[in-house]
Design a protein around this ligand. Structure first.
Ligand code: PGA
Length: 254
C-alpha cells in the first residue's frame, strides 16, 4: 500500500506581521483542495503558534526546538511547550540551522527529546555540493547515523526524512535536484536505515524531497523520484502554489 503523502510548509522567518501570518494560514484553511491522501503541515515562526490551531486539515509544525524540558536556557523553547500549544511536527537539522553551527549531535538530542514529547520529527539531511567521488553519499549516511543514534527501532515509522540538497534550496539555488537524483538518494537512505534498524522497522518511514519544490516538478518527483512528500520553502508562502502542490499529491496515483 502507498504511504500517505506529507506536504510541509517551512515558512522560515516569514511573514513579518501577525496579520499577514493569519491571512496566509486562513487561505490554507479555506482552500478547496482535498487533503484525504495527504497530511499537511504548516511551520510558522514560534511567535505565531498561539494564533493557530492544528486541525484535521492543517497540522502545526515548528522549525526548531531545544532538548531540555525547562530551566536556565535563555532564548530556548522546549518540546513540551510546543506540544502544549498544539504543535505536532518538528523540523530538525535544516541546513539553515546547520549553517549557524548546529551539529549532528545537537540534532540527535533535539530529535530524542521531541519523540519523548510526542512530536513527529522531520529530519533534514543533504549535501552542500556533489563531486565525482560520490563523497556526498557518505556525508548523508553520516548525518543519518549520527542524528538517529540511540533512537528506538519502534520510532522509525513516525520519523520523516527530508532529503534537501543544500545547493537546491532557496532563491540562490543552482537548480532543484532531478527526480532521478532523488530516487537514487531515497534508495540509499532506505539502505542506510535498514542496515541500522532492520528493513521491517523502516517500511513506514517517509522519505520526502525539499529544495526548489514547485508545482511544476512535483509530479515527476512522485512518479519517477518515488517521493513520499515535500518540504516546501518559498512556495509555502504563496497559498495558491502551496495548495496546488497538495492537490498534485492528492491526485497522484503513486
Ligand atoms: P525552498 O526551500 O523551497 O525555498 O527551496 C526549501 C527548504 O529550505 O526547506
Amino acid at each position: 500500500m502507498n504511504k500517505r503523502k506529507i506536504v510541509i510548509g517551512n515558512w522560515k522567518m516569514n511573514p513579518v506581521t501577525k496579520k499577514e501570518a493569519q491571512k496566509l494560514y486562513n487561505s490554507l484553511l479555506k482552500g478547496d483542495t482535498n487533503t484525504k491522501k495527504t497530511e499537511v503541515v504548516a511551520c510558522p515562526p514560534f511567535v505565531y503558534f498561539s494564533y493557530f490551531k492544528s486541525s484535521k486539515r492543517i497540522n502545526l509544525g515548528a522549525q526548531d526546538v531545544f532538548w531540555n524540558e525547562s530551566g536556565a536556557f535563555t532564548g530556548e523553547v522546549s518540546p513540551t511547550m510546543l506540544e502544549d500549544l498544539g504543535v505536532k511536527y518538528i523540523i530538525l537539522g535544516h541546513s539553515e540551522r546547520r549553517a549557524l553551527g548546529e551539529s549532528n549531535a545537537d540534532v540527535n538530542k533535539k530529535l530524542k527529546a521531541s519523540l519523548v514529547a510526542g512530536l513527529v520529527p522531520i529530519l533534514c539531511v543533504g549535501e552542500s555540493e556533489r563531486n565525482e567521488n560520490h563523497e556526498y553519499l557518505n556525508l548523508v549516511k553520516n548525518q543519518i547515523e549520527e542524528c538517529l543514534t540511540g533512537v528506538a527501532k519502534s520510532s522509525l515509522a513516525k520519523i520523516v526524512i527530508a532529503y534537501e540538497p543544500v545547493w537546491a534550496i532557496g532563491k540562490n539555488a543552482v537548480r532543484s535536484a532531478t527526480a532521478e537524483e532523488h530516487r537514487e538518494m531515497s534508495i540509499f537512505i532506505k539502505k542506510v536505515l535498514s542496515d541500522k534498524f532492520g528493513a521491517l522497522n523502516i517500511k513506514d518511514t517517509r522519505i520526502i524531497y525539499g529544495g526548489s519544490a514547485h508545482p511544476e516538478n512535483i509530479d515527476e518527483f512522485i512518479t519517477i523520484g518515488g517521493a513520499d512528500g515535500f518540504l516546501v520553502g518559498r512556495d509555502s508562502l504563496d497559498p495558491k502554489k502551496f495548495l496546488e502542490i497538495i492537490k498534485l499529491c492528492e491526485i497522484s496515483k503513486n
